[in-house]
Design a protein around this ligand. Structure first.
Ligand code: ZN
Length: 134
């Protein structure tokens, strides 16, 4: 049983391979996130985000799920591939493009810089409850 604590589920059909279609799903509204924004994105092979941007107070973490691409960070290019994780400070100007034959699929998590002094190891609390499979 799921308690009425605000827990929420949704399903996203994450693109694979080369759909050649841009894709973006924002999860903040979809599952009611309150401390961060998380999005799943896919850039079609050869395409780029159509603008350069920075943030007022939010840092971003990107995790490359598949494909290859480039980050443009304050004018410097950084190549990325599946498995790469990138943290970008709020003031850094950024743009992303897919450079390989496959779409560039990535997860982006955005949260206020410095807002999570506690996390898994210092905020998690082991409880005595047990699921049936334990
Ligand atoms: Zn951003």
């Amino acid at each position: 049983m799921i308690q009425d604590t605000g827990d929420s589920f949704t399903h996203i059909d994450i693109p694979r391979g080369s759909s050649h279609q841009p894709f973006r799903a924002e999860l903040r509204a979809a599952i009611g996130l309150t401390g961060c924004e998380m999005s799943v994105n896919s850039l079609a092979a050869g395409n780029a985000v159509p603008f350069v941007h920075k943030h007022g107070e939010n840092e971003e973490a990107y995790l490359i799920l598949s494909g290859t691409g480039e980050f443009w960070l304050d004018g410097k290019i950084r190549e990325v591939t599946q498995g790469d994780a990138i943290r970008i400070a709020p003031a850094t100007e950024r743009c992303i493009r897919a450079t390989g034959p496959e779409d560039l699929v990535y997860l982006c998590v955005q949260a206020r810089e410095g807002s999570t002094p506690n996390y898994t190891r210092t905020d998690g609390i082991i409880t005595e409850s047990k699921p049936a499979w334990k």
